[in-house]
Structures are given as structure tokens and as C-alpha cells.
Design a protein around this ligand. Structure first.
Ligand SMILES: Nc1nc2c(ncn2[C@@H]2O[C@H](COP(=O)(O)OP(=O)(O)OP(=O)(O)O)[C@@H](O)[C@H]2O)c(=O)[nH]1
Ligand SMILES: [Mg+2]
Length: 471
């Protein structure tokens, strides 16, 4: 009787220990942030990455996959109940269904948990069963990182710097005219506040379309649920002497603080500060195609975005991170399927050079960084055609607009990145000695064999860099 109680207790204790070890909270978690400017390719990247981690035949460069250590990969409920789930199934159906098309743009943060069952190799392989590693993927707009610059600023200081910067921009003429007519010391009238905010938002939109990257506050462009709320109803105003408590100026000052407290701070606290690994997607080809000004703007935008990975410079972020760091950052030039593979190394080199400034200034000590050219979803096949007696390496795909097949020769990228970056830096209007064209391809109709994910370029190499060491 006594003995059985004792053994009972022992077995229960052992069971208890086992429970703790295998309970979800003790499994290792990798939090992977996926960001980039609007249309950089975040949604397509996450969809294809997850599909290719679930069906791994196209992932030879992910070593855990090629040596067979990943036994299974499956979706699980994510850890954060209040963040929208990444709509993986919808996006995959869009990309790989009968009528393949690109997914819609995303306006909010979203999250997805993929769990991997991994069999340890080496010494432990004989003794240990498979363990579970959770990969929590967070999709967030790069534009939101730009708001970090607001955290260390007061409204007055922010207003002066914005008004200075946009003084000579044609896109800002309408807003500036309205701001000049406004008496900031007059009592707040909500319709007037709304007109100012609308004009300022209008400026931000056209400025972004014109290629300017300093378009903050970021949530004015992607308001989501906050659309129309007071926290987004303010604008920069000239410094006002003696603005009273009920004045427009004071109210805008209060709303600016509220924006920092209720919009910017929670994003950095709840999402950014928890990221272990980060991929920054950059549409370098798109910018090259748009011309030197777009390349220079992209360079600026990336420098601003990457300052978020340089916490030492920002008191707010340093406090928040408290010594924590992103361990690895991948800079990926997306949509490389527009180029024949013979040019991929040049695209990587240009990407690396484009970000060098930002990288050099950023103190990434402790974080490993790498640049590569990838395509999350390959829409083309390669061909060599005869063009006026010369062999030309092209890619062929289905055009988005007409559905017709077309061959694309996008132009030859220079082997020395400076040949692109210098004219961009010195304000050239057009490329002098070359022309870069681009076509928009639709996703190709594909039939996937069992075990295969969607076709891609170097997604496996990207995955190896981002998570390979933890599998
Ligand atoms: N050819 C090709 N085009 C791509 C690829 N990835 C993205 N694109 C193109 O880029 C567009 C934007 O891709 P998304 O993944 O929706 O970009 P996003 O960063 O999520 O965009 P937002 O959610 O609007 O910020 C797509 O509609 C495609 O036209 C790729 O691997 N190959
Ligand atoms: Mg998206």
C-alpha cells in the first residue's frame, strides 16, 4: 500500500517533469520579422517560404531539409491572440490556384506560427527523439520603422523640421498654402483640424508616389483601424507664440504625443523588440528601372529604416530593447526572376553597395548580415535567343496585363555598382549609357509534384541564413 503510493508519486513526478519539458512554452521559438517598403514582396515571400518549408523538395540549400532532419512542418495557432493571423491559405491559393494571381496588398501587422519537428543529428541523434522548433513569422510594413525618428522629438521640433524639408516640394504646395492661412493660436475647430490633416496626408501620398521616402507619420499612409481617429488628425504647424490651452497648436501637440504613445510605442514594444531574425526585402530592380532618382531615394529610405537596427542612437529604443538584439539580418533584393541567372551576382553586389552606407553607419555589432538576390516565386524560365546575330540571355513569362507570353531582356547591370550608384548620388535624371526595362509577369500556372513547394530562386539559401543554425 505504502510502496504503491510512493511509486505512484515518483511516476507522477517524472510525468510532471516530462510535461514541463514538452510543454509548448519550453520549445525553442524563433521570431522572424519580415519587412520592406510597400510592394517589396513581403506577402509573397512569407507564403512561399512557409509552403516550401512544409514541402521541402525545392530546399536543398537548407541543410536541415536536405539531410532529412526536418521530419515535419505544420501550422499551429500563433502565440499572440490579438494580432491578425497571416492569411497563408488565401495567399497560397491566389499564387498557385487555377487562375494564378498576385495577392492583395497588406495594410497591417500579421503573424503566423509554423512548427518544425526536427530530429537532432550528431551525438544526440541516437538518444533523443525529435524536438519542436516554433517559427513565428511577423509581417510588418517597413514604413512603420520610419516612425522611430518621431520618438525622440517634441511636436514643435518635428513641425519645424518637416516644414523646412517640404518647403520646396511641389507635392506639398497645397498643404503649405493651407498651413500658411491657418492661425495656430486660434481655438481648435475640428473641421479645420481635419482639413489640415487631410491635406497633409494627401501630400504624404503624392510624395511617396513621387519616390520620396521620408513620409512619416507612417500610419497616415496605412491607417488601418485608426482611420479618422484624432490620433491621426494632426499636421505640422509653424511655431506659435502664446498659443493658449484651447488652441489648434496645443491640441495638435497633444495628438502628436498621443500618436507616439498609442501608435509608435506599442508597435516597437509588442513587435519589433521581440524579433530574433530579420529579413528586409528591397525591390532594387524596380528602382533601377524607375531611374537614378528612385535609386537615390531607395538608398535614403533604407538608411532611415535600418537606423531602427542601430538602437544605440535612439534613447527610446535602447531602453526598450535593454541590450537585446536582432541576431541576423538578411537584405534580399526581390523579384530576381526578372533577370537571367548570369546577372544575379551583379544584383547582389548592387544591393550590398546600396545598403553599405546604412550598414556602415548602423552599429550591427553582434548581428550577422548578408545580401542576396532572390525570387520568392519564380514566374519565368530562362532562354538564350538570337538577337541580330548575337546570343542574348533572356527570361520568358506570362505578362500580367495581357496574359501573353513574352521574353524580357532587362538590360545589362554593370559589374561595378558605382556605375549605377554614382549617377544616382549626383542627381542624374536618367541613366546615361544604359536602359533598364522591366515587365510585370503574372505567376505562372504550376502543377506541384508531391513534396514540392512553389518554384523560387535562392529561398532555400535565405532560409539557411535566417534559421538554419537553429534547426
Ligand atoms: N516576378 C516576381 N514578382 C514578385 C515576386 N514577389 C513579389 N512580386 C511582385 O511584387 C508585388 C508585391 O508583392 P507583395 O508580396 O504583395 O508585396 P508586399 O511587400 O506584401 O506589399 P504590401 O503588402 O502592399 O506592402 C506582387 O504583386 C508582384 O507583382 C517574385 O518573387 N517574383
Ligand atoms: Mg503584403
Amino acid at each position: 500500500m505504502v510502496i504503491s503510493t510512493i511509486t505512484d508519486q515518483i511516476s507522477r513526478t517524472v510525468e510532471g517533469v516530462g510535461d514541463v519539458l514538452s510543454a509548448p512554452f519550453s520549445d525553442p521559438v524563433i521570431r522572424l520579422g519580415v519587412t520592406g517598403l510597400s510592394r517589396a514582396g513581403k506577402t509573397v515571400f512569407i507564403t512561399s517560404l512557409v509552403a516550401n518549408l512544409m514541402n521541402r523538395d525545392r530546399m536543398p540549400q537548407l541543410r536541415a531539409a536536405s539531410r532529412g532532419a526536418i521530419r515535419a512542418a505544420y501550422l499551429q495557432p500563433q502565440p499572440d491572440d490579438t494580432i491578425p493571423r497571416f492569411r497563408y491559405e488565401d495567399h497560397l491559393a491566389a499564387l498557385t490556384g487555377n487562375d494564378p494571381h498576385w495577392p492583395q496588398g497588406t495594410r497591417r501587422v500579421s503573424e503566423l506560427r509554423l512548427s518544425l519537428k526536427v530530429q537532432p543529428t550528431g551525438l544526440l541523434s541516437g538518444i533523443q527523439g525529435p524536438r519542436t522548433v516554433h517559427l513565428d513569422i511577423v509581417d510588418y510594413p517597413g514604413e512603420w520603422l520610419l516612425d522611430l525618428g518621431l520618438m525622440d522629438k517634441e511636436y514643435a521640433e518635428w513641425s519645424v523640421s518637416v516644414l523646412d524639408r517640404i518647403e520646396n516640394r511641389a507635392e506639398a504646395a497645397e498643404f503649405l498654402a493651407l498651413a500658411r492661412q491657418t492661425d495656430p493660436t486660434a481655438d481648435l475647430e475640428e473641421p479645420q483640424a481635419q482639413r489640415l490633416a487631410e491635406a497633409f496626408t494627401g501630400y504624404l501620398k503624392t510624395a511617396r508616389e513621387a519616390g520620396f521616402s521620408d513620409c512619416t507619420p507612417g500610419r497616415f499612409l496605412l491607417p488601418g483601424d485608426l482611420e479618422g481617429s484624432p490620433v491621426l488628425t494632426f499636421a505640422p504647424l509653424p511655431q506659435a507664440q502664446g498659443a493658449g490651452r484651447k488652441s489648434l497648436w496645443r491640441e495638435f501637440e497633444r495628438r502628436f504625443d498621443s500618436y507616439k504613445r498609442h501608435v509608435v510605442r506599442p508597435f516597437f514594444r509588442d513587435h519589433f523588440a521581440r524579433i530574433d531574425r530579420q529579413v528586409v526585402l528591397v525591390d532594387v530592380l524596380g528602382a533601377i528601372h524607375a531611374g537614378p532618382r528612385a535609386v537615390e531615394d531607395l538608398r535614403h529610405a533604407m538608411a532611415d529604416i535600418l537606423s531602427a537596427f542601430r538602437p544605440g542612437r535612439n534613447a527610446f529604443l535602447s531602453r526598450l530593447l535593454n541590450g537585446r538584439r536582432v541576431e541576423r539580418i538578411l537584405f534580399a533584393a526581390t523579384k530576381a526572376d526578372h533577370l537571367h541567372h548570369t546577372q544575379h551576382a551583379r544584383l547582389s553586389a548592387i544591393t550590398e553597395a546600396l545598403l553599405r552606407d546604412a550598414k556602415d553607419r548602423a552599429d550591427f555589432a553582434g548581428a550577422r548580415t548578408e545580401a542576396m538576390a532572390i525570387a520568392a516565386l519564380r514566374t519565368t524560365v530562362e532562354e538564350t535567343i538570337d538577337h541580330k546575330g548575337r546570343a542574348l540571355d533572356v527570361v520568358r513569362g506570362r505578362l500580367l496585363e495581357t496574359g501573353k507570353q513574352a521574353a524580357l531582356y532587362p538590360g545589362e547591370l554593370p559589374s561595378d555598382p558605382a556605375r549605377l550608384l554614382n549617377p544616382a548620388l549626383s542627381g542624374a535624371e536618367a541613366w546615361l549609357d544604359a536602359d533598364y526595362s522591366i515587365m510585370r509577369f503574372a505567376p505562372a500556372k504550376i502543377s506541384l509534384a508531391p513534396g514540392q513547394g512553389p518554384p523560387h530562386i535562392r529561398l532555400d539559401k535565405a532560409a539557411e541564413f535566417l534559421i538554419g543554425d537553429r534547426l
